[in-house]
Design a protein around this ligand. Structure first.
Ligand SMILES: [Zn+2]
Length: 532
């Protein structure tokens, strides 16, 4: 197709002969889709394999035959790249038809990969191995290196696809069509700079990092991949390392931390779909939450829910969140002071506004550390950590737990229950926490209103908190903790005896007295006093 002086110069008879010749050379297959061509049924085109603009020759050595429709819908001007992309699209589609997330796993399966266990032994600090199942009995050795700090043992080896597996545990993400850029890059002859990482798991070599680069090279015909093989590594540690590398440390130029949510595939999948629908690369986050909501209009409220839930999930399940180990995710249980439902109702829902869908790009000011969603996440984690540090760590004993605490106090069976433990237990009761969290909101508002600047009081944690504000919050939590009522054991059968309504404690904090007139505080709670 296009302008070929050579083809234009052919008579129709010569053109027909060339078509038949190419058809025979290509074993009756289309160069792009690799499916059969029936010359009676299928309209065809002769095209340059390497485009003339890229220096391809205008002669028979550079011609290929393709279905006319394949050639029209090809994804790249270079037919070898177009073929790699067409084959990949087919693999991705087959996986999607089976309702699976397309990944390296499917690409390996389609290319004869993932068949055999790795035969190896460790001798004199070397990895000794062979690939006998594919007819290669050569005994190979590779030096085993030990990391100075982590003590991880690794070797660098080249592995045939038959021995490679995709690591679905450490890397559950799929691949997407933006891989086309990598295919083009490798097709140019440029090398892979960052090596793929793999680990040994029950004698299987599993790739957990470098999935996209592996796929791109396999689609271009690579049958062996060079990997750094972790020989005896701990999966949990690797998951943690891999996650941190992608988010905080940005060691892996792959995901921005905003979508680094292994837990939240629903939101992540919509982001991926949006990028695909708009021909954006997987690293392109130049669109906003509002764009996403508009794009997936048919799904009505869902996208909003995914955005908010993923944010809540990122905070709650974050490895840096010290409060996490005090949250009971199972529902009933009597060891931990805070149920997830309480945590969600009193803190997350108060500070993460379910109505807020941002109009700024997902990566807005991320480089400066001022991205609103990242700030919201990190600052809420910081608040959780203050609560954990001031109220729980070294204070609340999970051995004593929460079971019948007030009864034990009433019955005098409370010798092993410390004041700190009792305080923590009481402070995290839902109806109590719901009310003191409001004071934190109040003190943040006070702080920002005194700056004299406009600020978004509906999304407080999306604004960067100065150090002084953090100091104020910590002081408030300490002063709250040190109020005498929490360790007053005479209140076990009365004030703390049963579950009260939210308003009961609202009145108590506001007036110092319970609604029935019992004085429980020397004076009403006032945030200005409580930050001193
Ligand atoms: Zn075709």
């Amino acid at each position: 197709m296009g302008s070929s002086k050579y083809l234009d110069g052919l008579t129709s008879e010569e053109y027909k002969n060339l078509t038949e010749n190419l058809w025979k050379i290509q074993n009756h297959k289309c160069f792009i889709c690799c499916e059969e061509i029936d010359l009676d049924l299928h309209p065809t085109n002769i095209d340059h394999i390497k485009p003339l603009v890229n220096g391809g020759k205008d002669d028979e050595t550079n011609f290929a035959l393709a279905h006319e429709n394949c050639n029209k819908s090809k994804q790249d001007a270079d037919l070898e790249v177009a073929r790699a992309m067409a084959r990949l699209s087919k693999i991705l589609k087959a996986a999607e038809d089976k309702h699976e997330t397309p990944s390296l796993k499917h690409v390996l399966a389609e290319n004869g990969g993932s068949q055999f266990d790795f035969s190896y032994k460790v001798e004199d600090g070397k990895l000794v191995y062979a690939f006998s199942q594919i007819g290669d009995n050569t005994i190979r050795t590779a030096e085993i290196f030990t990391d100075t700090l982590s003590n991880e043992q690794t070797a660098f080896i080249q592995v045939p696809l038959q021995y490679l597996y995709h690591d679905e545990i450490i890397n559950p993400r799929g691949i997407n069509s933006s891989i086309g850029l990598l295919i083009k890059e490798f097709h140019k002859g440029n090398p892979q700079l960052h090596i793929s990482l793999a680990r040994l798991d029950s004698n299987k070599i599993k790739i957990f990092d470098g999935q996209h680069k592996a796929v791109a090279q396999i689609m271009l015909g690579t049958r062996k991949l060079l990997v750094r093989l972790f020989i005896d590594t701990d999966v949990d540690r690797m998951i943690e390392t891999n996650t941190t590398a992608g988010s905080k440390l940005k060691q892996i130029a792959f995901d921005k931390s905003i979508v680094r949510q292994l837990h939240d595939t629903l939101y992540a999948e919509r982001i991926k779909k949006y990028q695909q629908d708009h021909d954006l690369s997987e690293n392109d986050f130049s669109f906003s939450e509002t764009n996403l909501v508009d794009h997936f209009k048919g799904e009505r409220g869902n996208i909003r829910t995914y955005i908010i839930n993923s944010q809540k999930n990122l905070i709650t399940k974050n490895a840096d969140n010290k409060l996490q180990s005090y949250i009971n995710f199972e529902g009933r249980g009597s060891e931990l002071p805070l149920s997830y439902s309480t945590f969600e109702k009193t803190l997350l829902s108060r500070f993460i506004n379910a109505k807020t869908i941002l109009t700024t790009p997902l990566d807005y000011r991320a480089d400066e550390g001022l991205n609103p969603r990242i700030l919201e996440k990190e600052q809420l984690i910081q608040l959780c950590n203050i609560l954990a540090e001031e109220l729980l760590i070294g204070r609340f004993s999970t051995e004593i737990g929460t079971y019948r605490i007030e009864n034990k106090v009433t019955e005098g069976k409370d010798k092993d229950i410390s004041d700190d433990h009792l305080t923590a237990y009481r402070i995290f009761k839902e109806e109590i926490m719901y009310n003191w969290v409001q004071y934190i909101e109040r003190l943040i508002n006070n702080f920002f209103s005194l700056t004299g600047e406009l600020y978004d009081d509906q999304n407080l944690f999306q604004i960067k908190f100065p150090d002084q504000l953090w100091t104020n919050i910590r002081s408030f939590v300490r002063n709250l903790r040190d109020l005498p009522l929490w360790k007053d054991r005479t209140m076990a059968s009365t004030i703390f005896g049963g579950k009260q309504v939210y308003d009961y404690w609202y009145t108590a904090f506001k007036t110092g007295k319970t609604p029935d007139g019992t004085i429980i505080l020397s004076k009403p709670i006032n945030v200005v006093d409580m930050i001193k």
